[in-house]
Design a protein around this ligand. Structure first.
Ligand code: SF4
Ligand code: FE
Length: 481
């Protein structure tokens, strides 16, 4: 396994094409806006080295029999699935941000079972190719960005019906040694901190969408691949050199628009090509795993937010007020409900034909559906407890100013004996999580990440088995039709 520092150096060696604010970045690794997101991924390596977290962060590979980072693992039991969620909660607690490495983990497990079943039906050798790729990932302890979301253009039209055929990523040229692809993937979490990208189709497809039913993996610095970094609320605060104003100066997340401008994919890296009837399975499984993931990562970040709200109450002298206590209980109840869903869909997971374990799809979708709501209520309560100062406090530069600073120190003091600076720090952390850069991962991503709410409702409807429930009701009511 790599150490955190080795990981950072391995990313530094890559020749990625990254653009931000209209410029190509020559040194993305040390860029103040991007570095906190790299630090979050680095934490997945650093934590794996700590003896107290070995059980959650590392596991024995079923391919090599060697110890590997759990982020590179193919789950082989319900216990593996449960430990994954616990690991994500831990990483959320330690970073208070999106640590990005789960999209790859979820893609690995979806690909592992789907390629196996494709080969069974079509006699292809995708599973063998994929396992070879997985061996490299595990042996080299790589970060892989699972990439699913296409731009989608007109949502009322299928991929092949779009006015611009590139609005879903597709194969544009078929060669003996591979394919050439063109298209884009949106909202790509952690792409600039990844070694490889693993592409999957974004929706179930019909036979006429053959060119779009494509899955493959490539190094992120492959010729023709480039990314444009997404803006986050308050991102340029990171350029000001005022760590107090950031709330979380060490960690963050990052998303980007990634463009594949006529990119060659060698045959051995292709894991689906034209099998439209399996696109839906791959999407459903990847989404299911990532909906499980949110029952871990968002809970860990929620733990930090609850702690910050409780601290703000302490510093305001409001910790004994019964309504404050009750709000903290409500936040905890909501957060632990999400965790319960993450654990439940893992415990109820089952073996696929390939031998790896898949979460219970119904419960994973219920988990994510709750995630589209509860973090919003948790942030509302955190803002309630924090008070308006979390958005009106002066900047660190004013606080450090020789003449202004003493006034800020005096008038923004809460409880005597608590430094004003500490009060400001915790309010900035709440601001960061509810409105700032981390709000991307904690709020809007809770809504749309791993699929928007309606995507889960479709899956819940599909898995709900209402006919069976009607039969139950008829039996109890003694209805004979
Ligand atoms: Fe992992 Fe959560 Fe970020 Fe998804 S949103 S990559 S599950 S930390
Ligand atoms: Fe996500």
């Amino acid at each position: 396994m790599m150490t955190g520092d080795q990981y950072v150096e391995s990313i530094r060696k890559m020749k990625m094409r990254i653009y931000m604010f209209g410029e190509k970045l020559e040194n993305p690794v040390d860029h103040p806006i991007l570095r906190p997101s790299l630090n979050s991924v680095k934490a997945t390596y650093d934590l794996a080295e700590k003896p107290e977290y070995q059980d959650l962060m590392t596991v024995t590979s079923h391919l090599s029999g060697k110890p590997i980072n759990r982020f590179c693992h193919i789950h082989h039991s319900s216990e593996d699935l449960i430990k994954k969620v616990k690991m994500q909660r831990l990483c959320g607690q330690k970073t208070a941000a999106c640590f990005q490495r789960c999209v790859g983990l979820d893609a690995f497990n979806a690909e592992f079972s789907t390629t196996f079943e494709m080969d069974e039906k079509y006699g292809t050798d995708y599973h063998k190719r994929f396992v070879k790729f997985m061996q490299k990932v595990q042996d080299e302890d790589l970060v892989v960005d699972g990439a699913m979301t296409d731009p989608k253009g007109d949502r009322g039209l299928s991929p092949s019906q779009q006015a611009d055929p590139d609005l879903y990523l597709r194969a544009v040229e078929y060669r003996d040694d591979g394919i050439v692809v063109r298209g884009a993937k949106l909202h790509q979490t952690g792409i600039c901190n990844s070694h490889e990208v693993l592409i999957m189709p974004t929706i179930a497809m019909r036979p006429e969408d053959k060119d779009y039913a494509v899955s493959f993996a490539l190094p992120v610095d492959t010729e023709g691949v480039f990314m444009i970094i997404g803006r986050q609320s308050c991102d340029t605060r990171k350029l000001e050199g005022c760590s107090l104003d950031l709330g979380n100066s060490q960690f963050g997340g990052v998303e980007a628009l990634v463009i594949f401008d006529n990119v060659f994919v060698p045959k051995e890296r292709i894991f689906m090509l034209g099998e439209t009837d399996f696109a839906g399975m791959l999407v459903e499984r990847f989404a299911g795993y990532h909906r499980q993931s949110y029952g871990g990562c968002k809970v860990g970040v929620g733990d930090v937010l609850i702690g910050a709200a409780a601290l703000a109450a302490d510093y305001n002298g409001a910790q004994k007020a019964s309504h404050v206590k009750d709000k903290l209980i409500e936040m905890t109840h909501l957060n632990e409900t999400l965790y319960a869903c993450g654990i439940a869909c893992s415990a109820e997971g089952g073996k696929t034909r390939s031998g790896n374990y898949l979460i219970d799809l119904m419960l994973a979708n219920v988990c994510k559906q709750n995630v589209t709501r509860f973090p919003y209520e948790i942030t509302r309560l955190a803002e309630d407890i924090a008070g308006g100062l979390m958005v009106t406090a002066p900047s660190e530069k004013d606080f450090r100013h020789p003449e202004l600073g003493p006034y800020i120190d005096k008038y923004l003091k809460g409880v005597a004996g608590v430094a004003t600076e500490n009060r400001l720090k915790v309010l900035r952390l709440i601001e960061n999580l509810t409105l700032g850069t981390a709000a991307v991962g904690y709020r809007t991503e809770s809504m749309h990440g791993a699929g928007s709410p309606q995507a889960q409702r479709i899956m819940i409807a599909r898995q709900g088995n209402t006919e069976h429930k009607k039969k139950l009701a008829k039996a109890i009511a003694k209805i004979k039709e």
